[in-house]
Design a protein around this ligand. Structure first.
Ligand SMILES: Nc1ncnc2c1ncn2[C@@H]1O[C@H](COP(=O)(O)OP(=O)(O)OP(=O)(O)O)[C@@H](O)[C@H]1O
Ligand SMILES: [Mg+2]
Length: 458
């Protein structure tokens, strides 16, 4: 049976062009041109989706549009509502989405994009069920997020937001302390969007000096400056049809903020040395561990830019605020490292698990992950005990005094541990190998691999 869509707009031209589009796409369009009609239609009929104009020209203003949305959601909470709005009133769309609208499109809309949004929202709303489910059952329903580990209600809520916002083109701002999983969340949003087969381009905005911002982000033409030997596309062009992930956006300098704002407003820009306008279709995700609202208050972050990027905000809680997830994450990282590096199986003792839950984890999940990997290397028995973590933590601090857990790969940790063991046994390699729980031959081999010089005395 063909899906029924209610098109609410007071503009005849809009109604007829949408009607034509929907009809051609196999839907059954119905029309309402006043707020009263909308309520009557929705009370009396069962629609699969509503397209609601938020800027009725005469009869209602934005505020009334919001009231109308609330009534619609009250009458039929499960029915997806897509808002239509002018770019100038994106704030309205923000409020609308918070009130349960499924997504929004800005006028003039793009037909293909609109049809995609309609299709995904109808499909997803069809899967929705109102039954109260336990957190675990909810988690089971979110099977697609296998790579994001955790069952804490705060995390489940985030997974549900990801699921809801992924198929939309709404910009999402992901905030949270270092190592909480912001990038993981950004890539999940891309992965579950209809842009998944297109590029996901990550840009570390904190690392781009103001003088290079334009050439890096917008590209340049051959000859634009001395070193411009050939045409070069910028990050926005590379992300076309896909997603751009603006990481560390709170570290972006003020001058570049203005330039970024412009491209976010109309998705157009020029390459350096080429006056022709380039238009792209890019979904924008941003992340920061700063509080952008206080940066705005201090005057170092533009308020208009903040409102452009934070249509949806996901705040990732620090690990110490979701303690129950610590053992789950620990077991997950151990399992992964065992698989990746073909290490022997090991379990975590009860004491060790409790020890993990008592730590404050300033470096959050990344720190936990690093400690788990380091500990695996250190532990000689088949069970990990608290002492093993404490030793691993010590080796971590050696490479990373800030304790943020950002020290490198398992390989780098192995090297570091060997250096420490040799240091601590005063250069005695027999004792070092004993300390490390490996044979002397293995120690020699590993020292050679890592380019570690033997101590002066054995
Ligand atoms: N819930 C989770 N499940 C599994 N792995 C996770 C989870 N959260 C974070 N990680 C892992 O922890 C590490 C750090 O995560 P990520 O890089 O996404 O953090 P971040 O918030 O972007 O950090 P930063 O602010 O330092 O850039 C990554 O290896 C990531 O895969
Ligand atoms: Mg990150």
């Amino acid at each position: 049976m063909s899906r029924r869509i209610l098109v609410c707009d007071d503009d005849d031209a809009v109604r007829s062009s949408l009607g034509f589009l929907l009809d051609k796409a196999g839907y059954t369009p119905n029309f309402a041109s006043s707020p009263e009609d909308i309520i009557v239609y929705i009370t009396e009929n069962d629609f699969d989706l509503v397209l609601l104009d938020m800027n009725f020209s005469v009869s209602i203003n934005g505020e009334e549009g919001i009231e109308l949305l609330k009534k619609i959601k009250l009458l039929n909470p499960a029915m997806p509502v897509i808002l239509m709005t002018a770019w100038a009133s994106v704030e309205l769309a923000v409020r609308g989405i918070k009130l349960g609208a499924y997504d929004f499109v800005t006028k003039p809309w793009n037909n293909i994009q609109l049809l995609k949004i309609i299709e995904t929202s109808i499909t997803l709303s069809g899967n929705k069920s109102d039954e109260k489910v336990s957190v675990l059952k909810k988690r089971d329903k979110l099977v697609e997020f296998q790579a994001i580990i955790g069952e804490d209600p705060k995390l489940i809520e985030i997974l549900e937001i990801i699921k809801r916002v992924s198929p939309t083109h709404a910009p999402v701002l992901i905030t949270g302390e270092s190592g909480t999983g912001k990038e993981l969340i950004a890539s999940a949003i891309h992965k579950y969007s209809f842009r998944k087969l297109k590029p996901f381009v990550k840009v570390n905005l904190g690392g781009i000096p103001a003088s290079l911002f334009e050439s890096e982000m917008f590209g340049y033409r051959k000859g634009a400056f001395t070193d411009a030997k050939s045409d070069h596309p910028g990050r926005f062009e590379k992300a076309n049809k896909g997603t751009i992930f603006l990481d560390e956006i709170g570290d972006l300098n003020f001058t570049s903020q203005v330039k970024l704002l412009r491209v976010l407003q109309d998705q157009t820009f020029e390459r350096l040395g080429d006056p022709s306008c380039i238009t792209v279709d890019v979904r924008v995700l941003s992340a920061t561990n700063h509080n952008l609202y206080s940066l705005v208050n201090k005057g170092s972050f533009r308020e208009d830019l903040l409102y452009r990027i934070n249509l949806i905000q996901i705040e990732v809680p620090p690990l110490r605020k979701r303690i129950n997830d610590i053992p789950l994450l620990a077991a997950y990282f151990i399992g992964q490292a065992i698989k990746t590096y073909s290490l022997p199986e090991k379990s975590i003792s009860k004491d060790a698990s409790e020890w993990l839950c008592q730590q404050s984890w300033p470096g959050n999940v990344r720190e936990l992950k690093n400690i788990m990997e380091r500990t695996l290397l250190l532990t000689t028995g088949d069970q990990i005990r608290p002492e093993d973590f404490i030793l691993a933590q010590k080796t971590g601090q050696h490479t990373d005094p800030a304790g943020s857990g950002t020290s490198g790969t398992l390989d780098a940790m192995e090297k570091q541990m060997i250096i420490i063991a040799i240091e601590e046994s005063g250069g005695n390699l027999s004792r070092s190998s004993e300390k490390l729980g490996i044979s002397r031959a293995t120690l020699y081999r590993k020292m050679e691999k890592h380019g570690i010089q033997a101590g002066k005395n054995e």
